[in-house]
Design a protein. Structure first.
Length: 101
């Protein structure tokens, strides 16, 4: 049993079970996605629909649904925290960060 299903069954709600299934599917997609990046088969970078982009949305859902237990999902968390992943290179995020401290 994977960690997503473990948490889903520990929470015990329908929402948690559904989310854990989506997270498990995302995990597999992410592993394959990273493997393809590593061997250079995606040499133009990631598209909008890649698993990197999903990570942050799924992490937010996981925190909302699983609460503190979401932090056990280190794979998901680390991908969600890596905002500047290969997909984000060149995506305009540098425009709004210039507040004088
Ligand atoms: Zn990607």
């Amino acid at each position: 049993m994977n960690p997503y299903m473990l948490i889903g069954s520990a929470i015990g709600t329908v929402e948690a079970a559904a989310l854990s299934q989506r997270l498990a599917a995302w995990h597999d997609a992410m592993v394959m996605h990273e493997r393809r990046l590593r061997v250079g088969r995606i040499n133009h970078g990631c598209g909008d629909e890649c698993a990197h982009g999903e990570a942050r949305a799924l992490w937010a859902e996981a925190v909302a649904t699983f609460g503190r237990r979401a932090h056990d999902l280190s794979f998901l968390r680390s991908r969600a925290m890596t905002v500047a992943g290969p997909c984000e290179s060149g995506a305009g995020s540098a425009s709004s960060g210039l507040s004088p401290a």
